[in-house]
Unconditional design. Structure first.
Length: 114
């Protein structure tokens, strides 16, 4: 009894598996998973800024109501909240940059020239 039909069927199966895997892999480095991750990071940064401003407005308004200094503390704390939100956004951007550099180093790629 010959194993030839089984060997041909096995080769055909391996080819089908290879084609299926190639179809699932992204064609370019900026695939859907990377774009989704970037969208998540963008929303995270927006939320960080809005929360910083919102906390500044809330704290400033509350202190103005307590001390009767309207609108001075509201303005000051709104600006401080904005500055805090931008600071946190910049920290997130640095974190993204470090993660991208780490992935690039693990993949063995070179850094793009500026």
């Amino acid at each position: 009894m010959s194993n030839e039909p089984d060997a041909r069927r096995l080769e055909a199966l391996e080819e089908r598996i290879a084609r299926a895997r190639a179809a699932q892999e992204p064609d370019e480095p900026g695939g859907a998973a990377e774009t989704f991750s970037q969208a998540q990071m963008a929303w995270r940064m927006i939320v960080e800024l809005v929360v910083g401003i919102g906390m500044g407005v809330g704290l400033g308004y509350g202190l103005d109501q307590i001390f009767g200094t309207a609108p001075w503390l509201l303005v000051v704390f709104t600006l401080l909240g904005f500055a805090a939100g931008v600071n946190v956004m910049l920290g997130s951007a640095r974190e993204m940059g470090r993660a991208a550099a780490r992935e690039r180093d693990e993949a063995g790629g070179e850094a793009p020239e500026e």
